[in-house]
Design a binder for this molecule. Structure first.
Ligand code: G6P
Length: 443
């Protein structure tokens, strides 16, 4: 075991740091970056059947289910077939209607998860085409499906899945690319994605350089937390669910991934200046909505840690804060622990600093009228709203930018590292957390 971990203290950390090479291995021999073609030998005999499917249904448990959620939209976009994601256990309970022209894709790192296997047997018995994607050649799911695609991520020992997740997302994306390969209209989109897949391993390596910064952030901001909310939307919703799962699995911290659009339907009630929040804000088609969600939180005294990309312009927040709040910024720096160096601390003036009561955070969180979303999208630049709302330094982790469908791979890795450091600092068994098994072979 010592040898397999190399110089890493835990399998999980090794597996997180494997991701530049595991992601490369998932693509190796399958993507031709010069001709922009993707070849998945395992699926070639079934491709026409899959393209003509009535529906594509992705099924998994735990992290593998999150990979299904993360990939659902792009599969639908590139295949033009309706795509659904199902939790295996719930699917088995419901025994839903299955059409013979449905395609099911069973996603499982181990290929042995009982719930997923039961779901496979049910779908197969109803005559649907059943495909598998696993990390284990010869596993039950690999054997019982008609065909499939191995993720080739290499053995994963840590109970908390890391590199398998990123490789599953890549495999499902490659399936989407193959399904969409006939469409001329989609050619620019496919090229954009394939160009980014080519540089993905390098960008993952860039994210891993944030390790020390993330360790320090974990120590200062999360170590004593008893609850954590992670918020994001669209492609980043799966990232939040996966980040929350990692953190609860190994750090035993109750954490919840929230789709930002749902904030106003409940989770906003949780927000105050004490609740730790991680907010993912990336430059996809939903950037403005994500910024709005951030505002909804800061307006209630929340102090989110922001995970964003290097090119999202939050500088106006900094500039405006310097212009309007030198004195209060100084007061803040004395009273708050800010991360050193590159952490991108965004200073903002104290509550009420703009003199505009409608844009002022209420320090106690009482008596607040919820601004409606249209109002939030009004004349003022969002950065100013943020500035007005935020009551202190906001910390921002910056990852490289990539295409929307791959951005979740770069934003989930900081969360894997946060979970890891939190578990180590809390003294827990990172690789073998209590009550959990790597492969759950009982229903
Ligand atoms: C267990 C593991 C999880 C994993 C899930 C699905 O619960 O602890 O980490 O995501 O099973 O496993 P699979 O092998 O099917 O991907």
């Amino acid at each position: 075991a010592q040898i397999m971990k190399g110089s890493f203290p835990h399998f999980m950390l090794k597996e997180i740091f494997d991701q530049p090479s595991s992601s490369f291995n998932t693509m190796r021999g399958r993507i031709n970056f010069d001709s922009y073609t993707v070849t998945l030998g395992g699926l070639s005999s079934q491709m026409d059947t899959i393209r003509r499917s009535r529906r594509i249904v992705l099924i998994g448990c735990g992290t593998s289910f999150h990979a299904c959620l993360a990939s659902r939209a792009v599969l639908e976009e590139l295949s033009s077939v309706p795509v659904y994601a199902e939790l295996a256990s719930d699917f088995v309970d419901r025994r839903p209607v299955i059409f013979r022209d449905d395609t099911y894709i069973f996603v499982s790192q181990s290929g042995e998860t009982a719930d997923t296997l039961q779901a496979l047997r049910y779908a197969k018995s109803r005559g649907a085409l059943c495909l598998g994607t696993t990390n284990t050649v010869g596993s039950s799911i690999a054997r019982e499906t008609t065909c499939g695609v191995h993720i080739n991520a290499g053995p994963e020992i840590g109970v908390a899945s890391t590199k398998a997740y990123t490789s599953q997302v890549i495999v499902l994306l490659m399936i989407a690319l193959v399904l969409g390969s006939d469409s001329v209209a989609l050619a620019p989109r496919r090229r954009e994605i394939i160009d980014e897949l080519r540089v993905l391993p390098d960008k993952i390596a860039e994210v891993l350089k944030l390790n020390e910064e993330l360790e320090s952030l974990t120590e200062h901001k999360l170590l004593k937390a008893t609850n954590l909310v992670l918020m994001g939307r669209a492609f980043q919703h799966a990232t939040c669910l996966e980040g929350a799962l990692k953190i609860k699995e190994i750090a035993y911290l109750h954490s919840e991934g929230v789709q930002s659009g749902e904030l106003k339907h409940g989770p906003l009630a949780l927000i105050d200046e004490h609740l730790p929040i991680i907010s993912i804000v990336v430059p996809d088609a939903f950037l403005e909505k994500s910024m709005n969600a951030l505002y909804q939180v800061t307006a209630r005294g929340g102090r989110p840690i922001i995970i964003s990309t290097t090119d999202v312009d939050l500088s106006s927040v900094l500039a405006a804060s310097e212009a309007t709040g030198q004195a209060s910024a100084a007061a803040h720096s004395a009273s708050t622990e800010a991360l050193p160096s590159s952490s991108g601390v965004l200073r903002s003036p104290r509550v009420g600093g703009t003199g505009d009561p409608s844009r002022t955070a209420h320090p106690t969180g009482t008596d607040i009228t919820l601004p409606d979303e249209d109002q939030l999208l009004d004349q003022q630049p969002i950065s100013h709203k943020l500035l007005a709302a935020a009551g202190g330094p906001l910390q921002c982790i910056r990852v490289p930018r990539t295409v929307d469908v791959l951005q979740g791979i770069l934003t989930v890795i900081p969360l894997q590292l946060v979970a890891y450091h939190l578990a180590v600092k809390r003294g827990f068994n990172v690789d073998f957390p209590r009550n959990l098994a790597k492969s759950v072979t009982v229903e």
